[in-house]
Each structure stands twice: as structure tokens, then as C-alpha cells.
Design a protein around this ligand. Structure first.
Ligand code: PGA
Length: 255
């Protein structure tokens, strides 16, 4: 049994006041939800405040990125020690926007993963193809590359602590989600890769989320796929109604 995980990636949205309002409302709406991981990933500026606001709730807090050194002269970066210090439990690593606009590579993803694991942060590592890669039949090749190189030298013990998010780039922020069948096909492929890299038990234990235009209208069907263990939600995580509905519907899907 893999525990469902629904995470909201707020990206570069929300002032402190707006973020506080949203988490207070989420706490109220979702306090009865049990047995799934609910995570919100606000911008760095809000993390410490919202970690406090969510203390003793069933909602966990994550960051959207991390640097791989513990401290040092790295202007603008934030370390895993700092995230841990303020109560962060999760961290998104290798989001396609970071790969696209900020020069993230499999190598930097791998360094960040190891740093997060060293400090007991749960990494949500993002993988997925662009539209042109899909159209030219390279989807599986891209997944091979992201998984094999991104997870290089991650041990049998550490891989169990990682969440993988399959996020086809063409589905992110476009309103056009992958069909449940497309998500299942890619996520089964990722699980089978883990079978080859590790073993059956590990592959059957690692959680794989789907991300890309997840909304209340498509969450149930996506979650009903055997290899979809949760969702990484962007746009729809910015509104109380839509995020709460996604979480509630996901919690209802019996795995
Ligand atoms: P979206 O973003 O839900 O707005 O498509 C998903 C993501 O980037 O994680």
C-alpha cells in the first residue's frame, strides 16, 4: 500500500498575508482528512510563518528548491539545514521550470537530492518530457535520462524516502492534462525502471505522483490509475476551493 500524497506547488505566487489566509482556510477545510499526505510548497519568504501556522495540523510544508551545500558564500541560495530548521518536511527538486529557466540539470538534481536526504527532507523529484520530445517519440528516453542520472548513486534505503513526480511539461499550466492512460503509461514505465535499477519491492513501494493541470474535475480518474499515487498541483493549489476539493476527492479513491 502506498500512501497517497497531494502536494500544492504555489510557485511564485502569494504574499505573506495571502498565504496565511490560504493555509488557515485549508486547515479548517481539511482537518478531517486522514491517511494521506497533504503538503503545501509556498515561496521561501512564507515558509517559516506558514510552518508555524500549520503546526499540529495534518498539512505538511515543503520548499520549491534547495541548494546542496549546508552553508557558505552562495548568494541567493537556501540550504537544506535552513529548511529543516524552520520545520520544512518536503522539498521539490528538478521542477521543469527550474530545468527550463534556471539551468537545472540531472547533475544538480542529483546533488540536491543527496543533500535533502542527508537532512531528512523528503524530496519530490520532478521528471517529464516536453511536447516536442513526446511528439518525436522520445518520452521514454527522457524518462530514462531523468531517472537514471537524477537518481544516480541513490541507495536502496534512500530511494524509499523519495517521491517521484511525473510532470509532462506540455501539461503544466496549460489546462491540458495528460489523459489518465498517458499518465499511467509513463508512471508504469518509471516504476519498471525502478524495478531494473533496484528491485520489485522497492519499485512497488516508491510513490509516484502525476503533475500537470490537475483539477477537481480530473483528479478522481487520474488517481484511479494503478501507478498514480498522488498529484503535484500548481494553479489549482492557489485557491482554497479547488485544492481542498482535489485533496478530498483523492482521499476518497481507494487504492
Ligand atoms: P499546474 O502545475 O497544475 O499549474 O499545471 C503543475 C506543476 O508545475 O507542478
Amino acid at each position: 500500500m502506498r500512501k497517497t500524497i497531494i502536494a500544492g506547488n504555489w510557485k511564485m505566487y502569494k504574499t505573506l498575508r495571502e498565504g496565511q489566509e490560504l493555509v488557515i482556510a485549508l486547515r479548517r477545510e481539511l482537518y478531517q482528512i486522514e491517511d494521506i499526505d497533504i503538503v503545501v510548497c509556498p515561496p521561501y519568504t512564507l515558509l517559516a510563518y506558514l510552518a508555524d501556522a500549520l503546526e499540529t495540523s495534518n498539512i505538511l510544508i515543503g520548499a520549491q528548491d534547495v541548494y546542496w551545500q549546508d552553508e557558505g558564500a552562495f548568494t541567493g541560495e537556501v540550504s537544506p539545514v535552513m529548511l529543516k530548521d524552520i520545520g520544512c518536511k518536503f522539498v521539490i527538486i528538478g521542477h521543469s521550470e527550474r530545468r527550463q529557466y534556471f539551468g537545472e540539470t540531472n547533475e544538480s538534481v542529483n546533488n540536491k537530492l543527496k543533500a535533502a536526504l542527508r537532512h531528512n527532507l523528503t524530496p519530490i523529484v520532478c521528471v517529464g518530457e516536453t511536447l516536442s520530445q513526446r511528439e518525436s517519440g522520445k518520452t521514454f528516453k527522457v524518462l530514462d535520462d531523468h531517472i537514471e542520472n537524477g537518481l544516480k548513486d541513490i541507495t536502496d534505503i534512500d530511494i524509499l524516502k523519495i517521491v517521484i513526480a511525473y510532470e509532462p511539461v506540455w501539461a503544466i499550466g496549460t489546462g491540458k492534462n495528460a489523459t489518465p492512460q498517458q499518465a499511467q503509461e509513463a508512471q508504469k514505465y518509471i516504476r519498471d525502471l525502478l524495478r531494473k535499477m533496484y528491485n520489485n519491492d522497492i519499485a512497488d513501494t516508491v510513490r509516484i505522483q502525476y503533475g500537470g493541470s490537475v483539477k477537481p474535475e480530473n483528479i478522481t480518474e487520474l488517481m484511479s490509475q494503478p501507478d498514480v499515487d498522488g498529484a503535484l498541483v500548481g494553479g489549482a493549489s492557489l485557491q482554497i476551493e479547488t485544492f481542498a476539493e482535489i485533496v478530498k476527492k483523492a482521499a476518497e479513491v481507494k487504492k
